[in-house]
Design a protein around this ligand. Structure first.
Ligand SMILES: Cc1cc2nc3c(=O)[nH]c(=O)nc-3n(C[C@H](O)[C@H](O)[C@H](O)COP(=O)(O)OP(=O)(O)OC[C@H]3O[C@@H](n4cnc5c(N)ncnc54)[C@H](O)[C@@H]3O)c2cc1C
Length: 499
C-alpha cells in the first residue's frame, strides 16, 4: 500500500478533492472494465486537470519508484488497468477539452477525457458534414484517445483504416516530467497536419503501448466526411468461404465505410441464453424453419454517398457482384433488414456490443463477455471462422465471433466473443484456456493480437519475436528508466517489487 506521506504530496499537486484512497472508489474502477478479467486495484486514484500537474505527479512517482497506470475512461475491453495491484491510477477524465477542429487540414485535437458520445454530439451540432473517428461498438463513455492508443477500429475503419492509422501526432508527458510532441507538432508553432514529422516518427512507440511509455495528454487525429446518404446492405452466405470471397470482390470496389458480420450465432448471442433455451431457439434448424430465418453467415455493408444516385450505384454494384457469384453456384443473397435493426446498427455511438453481457446471465451466474481481437489478412477470414467454430465449443463456448474489414478488405479484424460467467471460477478458467490455445493457433498463422493481455498474448507474442522485444525494452528504458509506467502490462515488468 502506498505510504500516506506520498498521498499527502500528491494532494498538494492536484488538490485534496482529486486524490482518493477510498476502497469502494478504487474497486469501482475495476467494475468499469466490462470485459476485463485481469484488472487489479490501485492504491490511490488521482484525477489531474493539466499537463503541468501530470508532469509533477510523474516526476514525484519516478523519484519514489511508484507505479503509475494512465487511464482515459477505463473501458478498454481487454487491456487491464492496472495490470498489477497497487500504485497510482491516473484517471484523465477531467481533461475533456476539444481543443481544435481544422476543417481544411481535416484533423481534430482532443484531450484524453473527451468521450465518444461527447465528440460525436459536438460534430453533429457544429460540423455535421464531418465525422470524428469514434470506435464502432464501444460505449459512448469510452474515449477516442484510449481507442487510438489501443489501436482500435472506428465507424469508418473499413474505408480509412484503424484508429492508429488516423493519428497525426501526440503530446506525451514522460516519466521524467519532459513533454514530447510527435509528428509535425514537434516543430514549435507547427500544426499537427503531418504524421511523419521532422525526423523519424516517434508516434508509433506510444500506440499499442498500453500506457507503458508515457502519458498522452493530447491527440491530433484525422476527421473524415460524413456523407448525407447512408444505407445498410445485409448479405447472407452459405459458407465462410463465400463470405470471404464475395465480400472481398465488393470491398475491392472500395464500397462500405464499416463492413462487418459473422456467423448466425451473432443473432442469438445478443439475447438471453436461458430464454432461448426455453424456447428451443438454440438450435439452428429452429431458427431457419421459423420466422427467425438467418443464413449461416452474414455481412453488413454500411454505405455512405454524397448523392442518392451515388448510393444507388453502390447498391447496384453489390447486387451485380452477388448475382455473378450466384451464377457460379454460390448461395449468397441480399436480405431485407427490419427498420429497427437498421436504425440500431446505424446509430452512433451504437450499443450493439453491450447485450452480449446478458447471454450467459442467469440468476446464478454473473454475465461477462470478452472480445479477443486479432488482426489477420482478409484472405484468411474463412480459416479464422473455421478455427473459432472448431475451438470455441471445446471450451464450452458457443461459437459467437465477429469479423470486419479494414481498409477495403486488405485486412480483417477477427474477434471471438466469449460469453462467460464472471462469477464462476471454472468459467474464467475456460476463458483463459481457450484464449491460450487459440493464441497458439493464430500466432502460428502469423496473425496478431492487437490488445494483448498480460498473461496470454503479450508473453506469447514476444516469446516468438525476441529481437523485437529486446529492442522495445531498450526504448522503454530510455523513456522510463525506472519502469514506473504501467508495470505488468506488455510484459514490461522490471519495476523492483512488481512482478
Ligand atoms: C462494450 C464494448 C464495446 C467495444 N467496442 C469497440 C469497438 O467497436 N471498437 C474498438 O476499437 N474498441 C471497442 N471496445 C474497446 C474500447 O472501448 C476502446 O478501445 C476504448 O475506446 C478505450 O478507451 P478508454 O478511454 O476506455 O481506454 P482506457 O481503458 O482508459 O485505456 C486503454 C489503454 O490505453 C492506456 N491509456 C489510456 N489512456 C492513456 C493515456 N492518456 N496515456 C497513456 N496511456 C493511456 C491504458 O493504460 C490502457 O492500457 C469496446 C469496449 C466495450 C466495453
Amino acid at each position: 500500500m502506498i505510504e500516506e506521506k506520498h498521498v499527502n504530496v500528491l494532494k498538494t499537486i492536484v488538490g485534496e478533492d482529486f486524490v482518493t484512497t477510498s476502497k469502494p472508489i478504487r474497486v469501482s474502477y475495476i467494475a468499469k472494465s466490462i470485459m476485463d478479467i485481469d484488472s487489479e486495484t490501485a492504491d490511490v486514484i488521482i484525477r489531474p486537470e493539466s499537463v503541468e500537474e501530470i508532469q509533477e505527479i510523474l516526476k514525484y512517482a519516478n523519484e519514489h519508484k511508484i507505479p503509475v497506470t494512465p487511464q482515459s475512461k477505463g473501458l478498454s475491453g481487454g487491456t487491464a488497468t492496472p495490470t498489477i495491484p497497487g500504485g497510482i491510477l491516473l484517471d484523465l477524465s477531467r481533461m475533456d477539452k476539444i481543443i481544435e477542429v481544422d476543417l481544411d487540414s481535416r484533423y481534430m485535437v482532443v484531450e484524453p477525457g473527451v468521450t465518444n458520445g461527447q465528440i460525436w454530439g459536438y460534430f453533429r451540432e457544429h460540423y455535421p458534414e464531418w465525422v470524428p473517428p469514434i470506435p464502432d461498438g464501444a460505449p459512448s463513455e469510452g474515449s477516442v484517445v484510449g481507442n487510438t492508443l489501443d489501436r482500435g477500429f472506428s465507424v469508418v475503419t473499413s474505408k480509412y483504416g484503424p484508429q492508429a492509422d488516423l493519428c497525426l501526432g501526440l503530446e506525451v508527458v514522460l516519466p521524467t516530467g519532459e513533454v514530447l510532441k510527435t509528428g509535425s507538432w514537434a516543430l514549435p508553432g507547427a500544426k499537427p497536419f503531418y504524421r511523419w514529422g521532422i525526423g523519424p516518427d516517434m508516434t508509433g512507440l506510444f500506440l499499442g503501448a498500453q500506457g507503458t511509455m508515457g502519458v498522452i495528454t493530447k491527440l491530433a487525429t484525422q476527421i473524415v466526411p460524413h456523407m448525407p446518404y447512408i444505407d445498410l446492405e445485409l448479405l447472407g452466405f452459405e459458407t465462410a468461404q463465400e463470405l470471404q470471397d464475395i465480400s472481398l470482390d465488393i470491398l475491392k470496389q472500395e464500397i462500405g465505410v464499416m463492413v462487418q458480420g459473422g456467423p448466425w450465432w451473432l443473432v442469438p448471442g445478443v439475447r438471453q441464453r436461458e430464454e432461448l433455451e426455453k424456447q428451443g431457439l438454440l438450435d439452428i434448424d429452429a431458427w431457419r424453419q421459423k420466422k427467425y430465418y438467418v443464413p449461416n453467415y452474414m455481412m453488413n455493408f454500411e454505405i455512405w454517398a454524397k448523392t442518392e444516385p451515388e448510393l444507388q450505384e453502390q447498391k447496384q454494384t453489390i447486387k451485380e457482384i452477388v448475382e455473378e457469384w450466384r451464377n457460379k453456384g454460390a448461395k449468397a443473397e441480399i436480405l431485407p433488414i427490419h427498420p429497427k435493426a437498421k436504425a440500431t446498427r446505424l446509430k452512433k455511438p451504437n450499443k450493439i456490443a453491450i447485450p452480449y453481457a446478458s447471454y450467459e446471465r442467469t440468476s446464478k451466474k454473473g454475465g461477462g463477455f470478452l472480445f479477443i481481437t486479432w488482426y489477420l489478412p482478409w484472405k484468411d477470414t474463412a480459416e479464422f471462422c473455421q478455427i473459432c467454430e472448431d475451438e470455441m465449443p471445446k471450451y464450452g463456448f458457443d461459437p459467437i465471433y465477429w469479423v470486419a474489414s479494414i481498409k477495403n478488405g486488405r485486412d480483417c479484424i477477427g474477434m471471438p466473443i466469449v460469453c462467460y460467467s464472471a462469477q464462476d471460477p471454472e468459467s474464467v478458467k475456460a476463458v483463459n484456456e481457450f484464449d491460450k490455445a487459440t493464441s497458439e493457433i493464430f500466432l502460428d498463422r502469423g496473425w496478431l493480437n492487437y490488445r494483448p493481455r498480460k498473461l496470454v498474448h503479450a508473453p506469447m507474442m514476444y516469446e516468438r519475436a525476441p529481437d523485437y522485444y529486446n529492442m522495445l525494452v531498450k526504448f522503454k528504458k530510455l523513456l522510463d528508466p525506472n519502469g514506473i509506467m504501467h508495470p505488468g502490462s506488455l510484459n514490461m515488468n522490471f519495476l523492483e517489487g512488481y512482478p
